[in-house]
Ligand binder design. Sequence first.
Ligand SMILES: *Cc1c(COP(=O)(O)O)cnc(C)c1O
Length: 391
Amino acid sequence: MRDFALELEQRKQAGLYRTRRLISGPQQPSLVANGKSLLSFCSNDYLGLANHPANIDALHAALPDTGLGGAASHLICGHHDAHHQLEQRLEEFTGRSAALLFSTGYMANMGVISALAGRGDTIFSDRLNHASIIDGCILSRARVRRYAHGDVAALEAMLAETTGHKLVVTDGVFSMDGDVAPLAELARVCQAHDALLVVDDAHGLGVLGPQGRGSVAEMGLSEADVPVLIGTLGKAVGTSGAFVAGPALLMDYLVQKARTYIYTTAMPPALALATCASIDLIERDEVRREHVLGLVSRFRKEASAQGYALMHSHTPIQPIMIGDNHAALALSQALENRGLLVSAIRPPTVPVGEARLRVTFSAAHTQENLDCLLNALSECRHLVQNTEVAI
Ligand SMILES: *Cc1c(COP(=O)(O)O)cnc(C)c1O
């Protein structure tokens, strides 16, 4: 048998061992983690909607009508009119012809990619794509070619030398770097080489673009440019679940073929209605987006003035590049000692030698919260050397 204990020990030695913190109470900037009050800068609740009273009220109001459980898969008897309402709301919100709900973003990527490409096909995947995309590629059994991060010229050269069905897949906003994919150029080369473009906008949806319609809308791209749009509902939307949106024919195809759609229980229908309420808020509440993006620009100015290495990101994902795993953990621990929760991200989530602190902002943070973070970072600056590395 494999020596599992030895492997765990080796992980600890390499600074790669992962532990969970026990959170109590709602998800918001002031968190109770392992019984200790901390100010959190690491959730994906970018708009502060995970604990918004209007969404909680919508959930309460829905429960007597829908009950609690999803009870069955969509194709058996789980497809509730609450799900149908949310799919229609998502079609409208994203400007797509049709939408299909999934239980999580992970399952959406696994299901969509493995349904739309198979043996004998080729998938082109950005090197920094999310783990769920990588796993979807493996599950598809298609040939997978990874291209350098954001390198459209490299992708185009690969597309030109490939025949057969081609699928290109990218994060819209990259989850660990916070930068946006070159979506307009990707759409152009995909059209030129008859490749199907899939964009996973897990981190752009709600935050970027007009009325929070996401990174694809920010670039002014339509369904013709980006035929397959994936979004998650557990991040800026503040609830749980995910969806894919695009042409009705493709959505119909996915209902037939996406195994992570077919063989899983539908999300609780009340949650679908709470998600509709959350999308209403996102659409009309420009102030939340302006506030979080204002925090981002102030953070960038002041943290880079302190000499920290930031990345090319205008989104609420603002990594501080460190490099070494142990150094990233040490900075995270020093911040925690000062009452701040900022998680260290290490390989394999990011490439080897690119450990970082992933700072994320939420509309629920105040300017005073940001003062606390900047003061603590200033006190801990001596813990980080060689910030010029790796970016
Ligand atoms: C978080 C994330 C997912 C997974 O979404 P879940 O709903 O949390 O399963 C998929 N893609 C990207 C880019 C993500 O960051």
